[in-house]
Structure formats: structure tokens, C-alpha cells
Design a protein around this ligand. Structure first.
Ligand code: ADE
Length: 248
């Protein structure tokens, strides 16, 4: 089946705004329960329908709804209300420099999404905690659009502690974010293909603290991300999910 509807799930308005402005996406009202913070912006690239779901603002703390909890609910609502053929988890992320990541890079996900901060040392729970949720194979997009491919590891902290880094290293993940594995978990439950498009704005093994790098490069990353998402969606035109992989 040719891809027609693409849902892009994003956590921060700073990351989403360049895309909303560039594609002139229009806000759809009354899509979800009125007490929920999520917002939907809709538009088209060629004949493809694009729904951008932004996780909105936490009314108590007045910040964007980042991390896994809102991402899970947003994904469920996107799937049940918007009928997507494929979901993209899009945003900025940290990268591992010693595995080739550089500031400004765009990474597409490969392999599986895992968690690096769900440590549950009891019976079979360790494996459950780490998880393993598949990414669609988008290796042909990466080759043709010249993006890097890497495994994404998700956690609920922007800050990096040593144990989290050890776990990221043990999986040889390259990209660290705060939403993708949660989105992938819902997608696996409901049988919707998904992958991630992530712009690197800080290096886990870099010189400066994560939050300093993050604020320095958020704008560059969001701009690169906007163009990457436009190119990735345009690439999907007339293709099936299977066409996104390199032929074996
Ligand atoms: N988003 C941007 N940089 C990140 C990092 N280092 N960890 C998690 N999410 C991020």
C-alpha cells in the first residue's frame, strides 16, 4: 500500500515551528479531548497528507510536554484519530561523537529503540525495562538523501549520568532522545510502522554540559530537522513502507 498519511510527532515547539512555518501547516481544533494539551497541524507535501502532532504545553509548569509520558498518549491519539500509514518521531537529540555523530547531523533510526534509564533488576524485568521496539528500515532514504543511520536510545532525562551512558554504550546506540522508544512501543502494539528523524544538537562525549550544548545548537538543529523532514516526506511520495529499505 502506497503511503498517503504521515504523522510526525514532536515534543518542543522550538523544534516544530520551522516546519509548521515552512509548510504553512494549519492548526486543527477539537481533534482530541479539550483538556488535553496536544495540538495537530495539518498540510500537504505533493499529494501526501502530513499531520504534525505537537505535545503542547504543561499548564502547571508552563514548558513543553517533553519525554515519554506525553509521547505515549500523543501517539495513541494520533493512531486512533488520524489514520497514519507511518509515524515519524522527530526532534533534536544527543549523539555519540566516538561513533561518528557531529553537531547538526541528521540521523535516521535503524534496528530497534531501547531505553537506557529503566533499570529493574528483578526476574525477567531487566529485559522489559530496556525494551526493544523496531524501527522501519529506512536505509534507502539514508543512502539517497545522505543522512546517517543509527540506533536510538530513549530516556526521561536530558542530563546524562554515567550509568545511562554505560548502557547506551553497551548497545552501541548513537542517538539519545526522550521520546522515540515510547512512540515505538505504541506503534508496535497497534501495528503502525515508525522511524525517527533526529537532529544532533549535543554530544554525549563532548566537552561541555548537555544543557549548554543544547541551548547553543537547538536553533541550528531545528532548522536542519525542518529540511530533513520535508525531504524525507517528499521521498515517501508514491512509495510503500517496504520501498524505504535498501533491496536485499
Ligand atoms: N534532546 C536533545 N539533546 C538531548 C539529549 N542529550 N538527551 C535527550 N534528549 C535530547
Amino acid at each position: 500500500m502506497v503511503i498517503k498519511n504521515i504523522a510526525v510527532i514532536m515534543a518542543m515547539m522550538d523544534e516544530a515551528k520551522p516546519l509548521i512555518d515552512n509548510l504553512i501547516l494549519t492548526e486543527q481544533f477539537d481533534m482530541f479531548h479539550k483538556q488535553l494539551p496536544f495540538k495537530v497541524f495539518t498540510g500537504k507535501i505533493d499529494n501526501l497528507n502530513v499531520d504534525l502532532i505537537w505535545n503542547g504545553i504543561d499548564s502547571k509548569y508552563n514548558v513543553d510536554n517533553v519525554a515519554t509520558q506525553p509521547a505515549t498518549l500523543a501517539t495513541y491519539l494520533a493512531i486512533t484519530n488520524l489514520n497514519p500509514d507511518i509515524i515519524i518521531s522527530a526532534g533534536t537529540a544527543g549523539g555519540v561523537a566516538k561513533r561518528g555523530a557531529e553537531i547538526g547531523d541528521i540521523y535516521l533510526s535503524c534496528g530497534v529503540f531501547r531505553y537506557h534509564d529503566r533499570r529493574i533488576p528483578y526476574t525477567n524485568f531487566p529485559e522489559y525495562g530496556v525494551g526493544s521496539y523496531p524501527s522501519v528500515d529506512v536505509s534507502s532514504i539514508a543512502r539517497d538523501l545522505n543522512f546517517k543511520l543509527g540506533e536510538v536510545s530513549t530516556g526521561n532525562s536530558l542530563e546524562l549520568i554515567e550509568r545511562d551512558f554505560e548502557i547506551i554504550e553497551s548497545h552501541q546506540s548513537v542517538v539519545k532522545d526522550m521520546e522515540a522508544a515510547a512512540i515505538a512501543w505504541v506503534c508496535r502494539l497497534l501495528g503502525i510502522p515508525m522511524f525517527a528523524v533526529k537532529a544532533i544538537v549535543d554530544l554525549l562525549d563532548g566537552e561541555k554540559a548537555t544543557h549548554e550544548q543544547f541551548s547553543e545548537y537547538l536553533s541550528l538543529g531545528s532548522s536542519n530537522l525542518k529540511q530533513a523532514i520535508i525531504d524525507v516526506i517528499a521521498y515517501c511520495k508514491g512509495k510503500t513502507v517496504a520501498d524505504l529499505a535498501l533491496p536485499r
